[in-house]
Each structure stands twice: as C-alpha cells, then as structure tokens.
Design a binder for this molecule. Structure first.
Ligand code: CP
Ligand code: NVA
Length: 304
C-alpha cells in the first residue's frame, strides 16, 4: 500500500506530537554528529532556490551527505519551472528522479501546489510567509541553552516577517509565551503585540530579531525600526540568563547592536549550526515513508 507523502510546509499542518518528536530527534542526531547514522543511503534531495541562501543550502546539503544521501542544487532561473514548464509537470518529473524536494520561493501557493502534485516530500526552505526549518533549529537551540521550551518567554523585536510569522505558529504548538514589539502598523491585530519594547523584553528568556529588510524589500526606509533595535539596554530588561538569537544574515548593526551580537549571551552561531541538526531530523521524518515505487531505497534486485 502507498504510504502518505510527508511534506514539511507549514508547522500548523503537522501533528504537534510529530513536531515534538522531530525536535527530540534533532537533539539525538546532534549527539551523533561525529558518528552520523547512514539513514539516507541511496536517497537524493533536489533543492530549488529563487533567492540567495548560505545556511539553508549548505546545511541541507551537508545533512543529506553526512547521512549517506545526495543532493542536486538548482537555481530557479536554471530550470524549466518558472519558464515553460508547469508546477504539475515539474512535480511529476522530479518525483521520478529524487526522493524529496526542498524549495525556497517567494510565494507560498506554488510551493503548496508543487507538494500537491508531487509523489515525494516537499520541504519549505522559506517563503515570504514562513520559515519552518529555521524555527525548528531555533527551538533546538533554546532547549540546548535553557531546557524545555514549554513555558519559556520569547520576545521578538523589529519587523513582522516570515520568521516572526512562524514563531507565532510555533507558540501554541510548543507552549511558549511570545511577546512581539515593533512599529505598530506592522503588527495590527497581532495578539502578541506589546508596544513598549522594554515591556516586551521584561522577564524574557530569549530576545530574537531578524533583519528589517528581508530579501526582496531592498530600499525600505528604516526610521521607524530604530526604537526596536536589540541593544544592551534592552537585554538588561530580560532575565539574567537571557540569550540573543538571530536567524542570520544580520544587517550589521541595524536590528542588533554589535555589542549584543558579539556578547556571551549571543547564540547566533550555535543557532546557525543547529539548522544542520534540525534538518537531519526533518528529512528523517519526511523520508521515513520514502522507498515506495520511485525510491532507490526500495530496489531489491532478485527479490521482486
Ligand atoms: N537563516 C537562513 O535561512 O539563512 P540563509 O538565507 O543563508 O539560508
Ligand atoms: N526575513 C529574512 C530571513 C532570511 C533568512 C528574509 O526573508 O530575507
């Protein structure tokens, strides 16, 4: 019987217990980082990008390879998708070659259409709306530094964007408190909004921000963002043990001061490393049901 195809597109689409299990698996795979289990032997991941990437591209590539698999990386401008070929045709063709697809594209709808037509897992490598792989790595980092995520207070500052949207989705799933502070017009209707950044930072375990200028928004005016920069004054409002996080890349020194980014409270490079471990766990879950019909893993010559 054909098993379900496991996509990793939006956190709320996935069973909360599954997400918690993926996070647990990420901790376990990190512990095995010098002796990685060969879970993906013979499996291939296609990666498609329509935007720049350092962490997502390299961490997915290394995750697959360390666990015995292969990757093919393509820029959207190099393939037929977006030119003459439809999403449906692309999904069907890639399903015959590889075992999973990771895609970074601006719009969420074509990514979801790709998943609907694919017979293999599709992983969201970031859209303008969401960045679920990043948040899994962030939660792994918080748990490593501060213990169980449940009940922690995370305070977000600055822009309202794909990363902040995904924190909002993750909060009820993982049971953490969320306060968000930034220019009021960007947070209209947001139940987590706290106008005063110092109030938002009060008692926080984690202070987190992202660039004020997401990819594709170049030329934006920044005046209204400055009150929400994470700097030493803001860090002083949080708990003594509070950590500073940023998905990177940073726009130095806009959303965060150099002093905070380079302080002992800053865990940004652990967070970047954790993309690797979180993605191994995401891939392991997505690929657990691979091996049906098209996967190299199911070849069993002589026993057909
Ligand atoms: N944080 C993140 O997704 O980084 P990249 O854009 O470099 O992949
Ligand atoms: N909000 C940023 C995240 C980059 C990883 C962007 O979309 O450019």
């Amino acid at each position: 019987m054909q098993k379900e195809t496991r996509h990793f597109l939006n956190l709320p689409d996935i069973d909360p217990d599954v997400l918690k299990a993926i996070l647990k698996k990420a901790h376990a795979l990190k512990k095995q980082k010098f002796n990685p289990p060969q879970l993906f032997k013979g499996l291939s991941l296609a990666m498609v990008f329509d935007k720049r990437s350092t962490r997502t591209r390299i961490s997915f590539e290394v995750a697959m390879k360390q666990l015995g698999g292969h990757t093919i990386v393509m820029n959207m401008s190099e393939i037929q998708l977006g030119g003459a070929e439809s999403v449906e045709s692309t999904a069907n063709v890639l399903s015959r070659y590889v075992d999973a697809i990771m895609i970074r594209m601006s719009d969420q709808a074509p990514m979801e259409a790709l998943a609907r037509h694919a017979q293999i897992p599709v992983i969201n490598g970031m859209t303008d709306e969401s960045h679920p792989c990043q948040i899994m790595a962030d939660l792994l980092t918080i748990e490593e530094k501060l213990g169980d995520i449940e009940g922690k207070k995370i305070a977000w500052f600055g822009d309202s964007n794909n990363v902040s949207n995904t924190f909002i989705q993750a909060a009820p799933i993982f049971g953490f408190e969320l306060a968000m502070s930034g220019p009021e017009d960007l947070f209209a209707g947001n139940p987590h909004y706290v106008a005063d950044p110092k109030e938002a930072a009060k008692n926080a375990d984690v202070l987190v921000t992202d660039t004020w200028v997401s990819m594709g928004q170049e030329g934006k005016t920044l005046d209204k963002f400055w009150p929400y920069q994470i700097n030493a004054d803001l860090m002083a409002c949080a708990k003594d043990h509070a950590i500073f996080m940023h998905c990177l890349p940073m726009h130095e020194w806009e959303e965060v001061s150099e002093e905070v980014a380079k302080s002992p409270a800053s865990v940004i490079y652990d967070e970047a490393e954790n993309r690797l471990h979180a993605q191994k766990a995401i891939l392991a879950w997505c690929l657990e049901n691979a091996g049906v019909s098209v996967s190299q893993k199911s070849f069993n010559f002589g026993n057909e």
